[in-house]
Design a protein around this ligand. Structure first.
Ligand code: ZN
Length: 133
């Protein structure tokens, strides 16, 4: 039964994971390092691409995490795992919900990225994440 639930979660988040794989494909062709860690596919960009993606340390799409390099992957793993759990909860709805949250923050004079409710949870700022500690 637990295995069924686990596969259901992977299936539910798979549209986002497929987006991540498509985005990672050029990096993989150029020599990105790929590893499976704790149920998540982690892709570290090759050094030749690190400059192109220096605006972020890592980004999550479903069960695929793309990081600028191995150092960023380790440093941001806990944060990105929160996003993996958010994808598991919301599936493909995560994309519009994330965007809606960011737009809502902007409309209310707050920061697009850092005040997004999903980022606040990932950074441990949200009330729901504090109560779980
Ligand atoms: Zn984040």
């Amino acid at each position: 039964m637990r295995r069924f639930r686990l596969w259901g979660i992977y299936l539910w988040a798979s549209p986002a994971s497929i987006c991540g794989l498509i985005l990672a494909l050029p990096l993989l062709v150029l020599g990105a390092k790929l590893q499976h860690f704790d149920g998540v596919l982690e892709i570290c960009a090759p050094s030749c691409c690190a400059q192109w993606i220096r605006r972020f340390g890592a980004i999550t799409f479903g069960h695929v995490v793309i990081a600028r390099d191995a150092k960023q992957m380790v440093a941001l793993r806990a944060h990105e795992r929160v996003h993996v759990r958010q994808y598991a909860r919301w599936g493909i709805l995560f994309f519009p919900l994330y965007l809606a949250s960011s737009c809502w923050q902007l409309l209310n004079g707050r920061r697009f990225y850092r005040d997004n409710c999903f980022e606040r949870e990932a950074y441990g700022d949200a009330p729901s994440s504090r109560s779980k500690r």
